[in-house]
Ligand binder design. Structure first.
Ligand code: TXA
Ligand code: MG
Length: 330
């Protein structure tokens, strides 16, 4: 069930109701600044199992635990390296997740049996107020079925998860639009596990060296961040990147091939056979905020294929390149 909530000043009675659902072990979808999260009481293994069941998420993919403040996050960690303190100070509340050694009380259900836990203090007023009201750590992955496109509106959540969720708080569209940057602090050098809107350059300004992820052999479950499956964030129709050279020709050929061909473009195209065509913002923040909604619109339009203009190089676009690469078919 969807309940509208004031995104700037969430109504206390709605928060109290959502907090009660969490306390009783239920599932609440709520807006964060990145994407909508599917929340459950992080210290209740049965509640956490409900997240995996609702999403169809493989059990080896650990969850992020959300807290109202850095002290709450730190209470779940067995160690709090200086880099964690610096990054938390610089970027929390905000779209950054820190992986640190976990304290014994954190259930294995949350961390998929890993000795570490992923922690985030979200900045969105609804997420923050819900965490304060519930007074619990809340495990929350993105509120979509596993491998599908993450939700940036309450309607996306409802379309993907329907009545698998006890309560969906509708606080409008998520302003950042792609998931948090994930950094591991379990080894001496902070290591990027997932690029996001907090860029590597910004991280380096705060902690100096940041290692980039190495390609790991050994399959999905053996990766340093097991959820980073190659195919992820994927719309239903096959998605292909357009070439930088020969773009017009590639668009023309796709239109001639027939079927409904949608496109996410950075420059105009004049071909009435294509559609829907979504003109994407040319700045990385604007592009990220629009990306998942655009992919959901393609799903809803029932297109047969999606073509996407390549996005610029550079650190500010890294999170977007990562998500597009994972959404590409084949
Ligand atoms: O922006 C976000 O981070 C959103 C909102 C709801 O906060 N959440 C989100 O959660 O994107 P999810 O479950 O879709 O992605 C969690 C990522 C996965 O790639 C997972 O593998 C990684 O965090 N992760 C979680 N715990 C980890 C751990 N102990 N070690 C390494 N990676 C971990
Ligand atoms: Mg996800």
């Amino acid at each position: 069930m969807i309940v509208p909530v004031d995104s700037a000043a969430p109504e206390p009675e709605i928060l109290a109701r959502a907090a009660e659902v969490l306390r009783r072990g239920g599932l609440v979808a709520f807006p964060t600044e990145t994407v909508y999260g599917l929340g459950a009481h992080a210290m209740d293994p049965a509640a956490v199992a409900g997240i995996y069941a609702a999403k169809g998420r493989p059990g080896y993919n650990p969850l992020i635990v959300h807290t109202a403040d850095a002290e709450g996050a730190r209470a779940l960690a067995a160690a709090w390296p200086q880099a964690a303190a610096r990054l938390a100070e610089a970027f929390w509340p905000g779209p950054l997740t820190l992986v640190v050694p976990k304290r014994a009380g954190v259930p294995d259900a949350v961390t998929a049996g890993l000795p570490s836990v992923a922690l985030r203090v979200p900045a969105h007023p609804v997420a923050h107020a819900l965490l304060r009201t519930a007074g619990l750590p809340v495990a929350a992955p993105s509120a979509n079925r596993s491998t599908e496109v993450s939700p940036t509106t309450a309607r996306h959540v409802e379309r993907g998860l329907g009545d698998r969720v006890d309560l969906i708080l509708d606080g409008g569209p998520c302003p950042v639009g792609i998931e948090s940057t994930v950094v591991s602090l379990v080894s001496a050098v902070p290591t990027l596990l997932r690029p996001g809107s907090v860029s590597v350059d910004e991280l380096r300004r705060v902690v100096g060296e940041v290692a980039l992820p190495a390609a790991e052999p050994g399959g999905e479950a053996a990766r340093p961040s097991p959820g980073m499956m190659d195919r992820h964030y994927a719309p239903r129709a096959p998605l292909r990147m357009l070439p930088r050279d020969g773009r017009a020709e590639a668009l023309r050929r796709a239109a001639e091939a027939g079927g409904r061909v949608g496109a996410l473009l950075l420059a105009p195209v004049d071909d009435a056979r294509l559609g829907p065509v979504i003109r994407m913002p040319a700045d990385p923040a604007g592009y990220a905020a629009r990306l998942y909604a655009a992919l959901h619109e393609m799903d809803e339009a029932g297109v047969d294929a999606i073509l996407v203009d390549p996005v610029p190089d550079g650190g500010a676009w890294a999170g977007i390149r990562d998500r597009l690469r994972r959404a590409v078919t084949g």
